[in-house]
Ligand binder design. Structure first.
Ligand SMILES: Nc1nc2c(ncn2[C@@H]2O[C@H](COP(=O)(O)OP(=O)(O)O)[C@@H](O)[C@H]2O)c(=O)[nH]1
Ligand SMILES: [Mg+2]
Length: 299
């Protein structure tokens, strides 16, 4: 009998949840960045091998909500925890155990599911003793069913983590075709890749107030993909920064995104980008929904 089930990746912002998921499935689906709050929605991916099938559900980092978008992001994580078979809580090696971790522990108290703690970024802790102490502190603090120290970035110990996850998954039939990696529509991933470049290239608060919508994505007969998308921001001053002097910034965002999308689609992409202002959209329910941040659509 094969094993199959849902694994929720949760944790505070920036601990490497999305990086880890991408490495576990061996493909880049979720965008990542050094900035907090990169992931905003649930991102489901599928891993299949002879042991069975793991459906990973990446979530936004659990932290205090500052606006309606933040509230939506917490709802996403909470709902994902509810539906999962196994909880994969990611923390950072060497870091101190702070308020976010306390709150997550509180949240998980009522959850009766196997809890796997992945202590990530072990590559950043050079001192062996410090690492061992950190693992021990986490073990005491979270009393997980299992604990695995990993480096998502260097793909260290990720095989071991897979073994552990399979061990705790229920037996059952597969939910998806064996060659399915994600059911995220291509245009949604393309929008995310544009937002990823904005996160990489823009400073301060600006990228946190950005949303990206794809207006159209069509393949020509010769295989070239025409893609039109809008970058939404919160203020006129932000629009100026996104466009940049002589359009330089928008050009850089566009080039970076085009290369990433071409790699994903294995086709030439002709990308047209616009910048629009939607004042304070992060607190506007109607606009949030129109950008795909819609609690009713959560699975
Ligand atoms: N040094 C190191 N950095 C990592 C590791 N995993 C993730 N990161 C970095 O941590 C940052 C946040 O990663 P991301 O996956 O977006 O975190 P998320 O917010 O938890 O999804 C990015 O800059 C990653 O490159 C790791 O194992 N080692
Ligand atoms: Mg993420």
């Amino acid at each position: 009998m094969t094993k199959s089930g849902f694994v929720a990746l949760i944790g505070r912002p920036n601990v490497g949840k999305s990086t880890l998921m991408n490495h576990l499935i061996g493909q880049k689906i979720a965008i990542t960045s050094e900035k907090a709050q990169t992931t905003r929605n649930q991102i489901r991916t599928v891993y299949t091998d002879e042991r069975g099938q793991i459906v990973f559900e990446d979530t936004p980092g659990l932290t205090r909500a500052k606006n309606r978008l933040g509230k939506f992001m917490i709802d996403v994580a909470a709902k994902t925890i509810e539906e999962a078979d196994v909880i994969l809580w990611i923390v950072e090696a060497g870091g101190y155990i702070g308020a976010s971790e306390q709150e997550i522990a509180e949240r998980l108290k009522k959850v009766r599911k196997p809890l796997i703690l992945a202590v990530n970024k072990v590559d950043k802790v050079k001192d062996k003793k410090a690492l061992a102490d950190s693992l021990e502190a986490y073990r005491k603090f979270a009393s997980p069913t299992d604990l695995v120290a990993v480096s998502a970035l260097r793909n260290e110990n990720t095989d071991l983590l897979m073994d552990v996850l399979y061990r705790h998954l229920p037996e059952g039939p597969m939910f998806y075709d064996e060659d399915t990696v994600t059911e995220q529509p291509m245009r949604d991933i393309a929008a995310e890749m544009i937002r990823e470049q904005a996160l990489r290239l823009l400073r301060d608060e600006i990228p946190h107030g950005i949303a990206v919508t794809v207006e159209s994505m069509k393949e020509r007969e010769n295989g070239i993909i025409d893609l039109e998308a809008s970058i939404i921001c919160e203020r006129d001053s932000h629009k100026g920064m996104i466009i940049g002097k002589g359009g330089q910034m928008l050009k850089r965002i566009g080039t970076g995104a085009r290369i990433a999308i071409e790699e994903m689609c294995e086709a030439k992409v002709n990308l047209k980008l616009w910048v629009k202002v939607r004042r304070d959209w992060r607190d506007d329910e109607t606009q949030l929904k129109s950008f795909g941040y819609d609690a009713r659509k959560l699975r």
